[in-house]
Design a protein. Structure first.
Length: 494
């Protein structure tokens, strides 16, 4: 099954039908049974080429999603799965998502033509009759346009479809039960790097992270719309792989730091095991927690959330990564090191709901939330602070050179100490000036919604909605991101 194996006539008809029918016009019972179809597939490629192939298809009783919301019209995600009934050429299910390959293809190795393969999983309600499964991706130069990049026909009666059977190694626990999976958002926590002896710790960690989640909006207000379960498949070893430290573990889903060569990026390397374990329960979202003290994690939209649990920042990391995975929220920082090259191409509006390229100041994504009268774009001292950083760094560099010269000349140690003290004073002086400017604007714009430059790994050309930097800041996502997350909650529950 190769790239762009599409059935044009069927897709055109299906597209026309999708324009004629609203979400509510697709009746679940007309096209689906109350079960889940899991499609495992491979995504292979580099920066320029991409191909797909189906691995295996599975059946499991009960569909976790909301049967009244079968069409995803939120325009969120790097890709979309679209399912068409071959009986009447009708779009009957769609959902936005992202994959790790979508990130890999923006890295240096991918740009050099090094191909990699990633296994991924799609979930859809189990169809009664034959369907066309289509994956669409965003046009490189027009992110608002989704183009078909793969398709395959699936027969629900295919004898090769695997019927799910519980694995005796998996221990299932219920943390929060508010009703039927159709009516609620179903979360499942998966244990990674927890040995059998650490069952109690796993349950304590799940309860702690669940508490953090429901202490934050909009989850706090809508807690009654959630079910939370967790699954422990004991690992042979405690912890996860840490390649840069020469540490390797035999764990349940083979999680490893240094994903995409970024030391803090923690992702799983065994998708099939993850999905086998998660399939123990009906789920809408997967959260993998690792028994590890190191700072790190990852979150991929409608794929999974990953975090360690024993770092002092683990709770914030969890909420941040869950924002990516559940709400399709973009990173709002622009100074930290990442592995991507032009993750957001210049002049292209990002599809994520919480950042913008401000291509049309008259049509801002969060215009309805803007503080009345606020300046667009909203000045927040960025250039002032950057000029001070440049000046500071230049003076520090000059002092370092002077110290190096003195050391080579074996100058008097007191003379060197004087310059070292001056270097420290210079750093502190400029840093304090920068902090003062930052605080001035933080105080000025506290609680206000504007359009602040600096977001999505870029200090220029991308904008966020609040003056502080960081998606999930001091226990809050902020109004714009909360609204986006709430849309996901309402889509999955009723």
């Amino acid at each position: 099954m190769s790239k762009k194996r599409i059935f044009p006539a069927v897709l055109i008809l299906a597209f026309l039908h999708s324009l004629l029918f609203s979400q509510g016009s697709v009746r679940f019972e007309d096209y689906f049974i109350d079960a889940t179809m899991r499609v495992d597939y491979f995504q292979t490629g580099d920066a320029e080429e991409l191909s797909f192939s189906i691995d295996q298809v599975y059946h499991r009783d009960v569909w976790a999603g909301n049967p009244e919301n079968l069409i995803d019209d939120m325009n969120s995600g790097m890709y979309y799965i679209k399912v068409y009934s071959l009986a009447d050429n009708r779009l009957i299910y769609s959902r936005g998502f992202a994959t790790i390959f979508g990130e890999y293809r923006t890295t240096d190795p991918a740009g050099k033509g090094i191909k990699k393969t990633f296994q991924q999983t799609l979930l859809l309600p189990y169809p009664k009759d034959a369907v066309l499964l289509v994956i669409e991706g965003r046009d490189k130069n027009h992110h608002h346009i989704l183009c078909p990049i793969f398709s395959t026909k699936i027969e629900p009666e295919d004898v090769n479809i695997i019927q799910y059977k519980p694995d005796p190694r998996d221990n299932v626990f219920t943390i929060l039960e508010n009703g039927h999976p159709h009516d609620n958002v179903d979360l499942v926590f998966i244990a990674e790097g927890y040995t059998a002896e650490k069952k109690d710790k796993f349950l304590e960690d799940v309860n702690r992270m669940t508490g953090v989640l429901f202490n934050s909006e909009p989850f706090k207000t809508h807690k009654q719309r959630f079910n939370v379960r967790c699954v422990l498949r004991p690992s042979a070893d405690s912890g996860v792989d840490q390649p840069t430290k020469g540490i390797f573990k035999n764990s349940a889903v083979s999680a490893a730091f240094n994903a995409l060569d970024l030391p803090r990026y923690l992702l799983i390397d065994d998708n099939k095991s993850l999905r086998d374990i998660a399939f123990s329960v009906p789920y809408d979202a997967v959260i993998v927690i690792a028994d590890c003290e190191r700072y790190g994690g990852g979150g991929i939209y409608n794929d999974y959330t990953m975090t360690t649990v024993d770092n002092e920042r683990s709770e914030d990391v969890f909420m941040h990564e869950f924002g990516h995975a559940f709400g399709n929220l973009a990173d709002e920082y622009f100074t930290s090191t990442v592995s991507y090259n032009e993750f957001y191409p210049p002049g292209i509006e990002p599809h994520e709901p919480n950042i913008t390229a401000l291509l049309d100041p008259e049509s801002i994504k969060w215009a309805h939330l803007l503080t009345p009268g606020i300046e667009i774009p909203t000045p927040w001292g960025q250039d002032e602070m950057e000029n001070l950083r440049i000046e500071r760094n230049a003076k520090i560099a000059d002092l370092k050179k002077q110290i190096e010269v003195l050391k080579k000349e074996q100058a008097d140690s007191e003379e060197i100490k004087i310059l070292e003290a001056k270097m420290k004073e210079t750093w502190e002086f400029y840093s304090n000036q920068i902090k003062k400017i930052g605080k001035k604007y933080l105080d000025l714009y506290k609680g206000k919604i504007g359009v602040f430059e600096g977001a999505g790994y870029s200090p220029k050309g991308l904008y966020r909605s609040e003056v502080h930097v960081g998606m999930f800041y001091q226990g809050e996502y902020g109004k714009v991101s909360e609204e986006a997350v709430l849309k996901q909650i309402m889509h999955l529950s009723r």
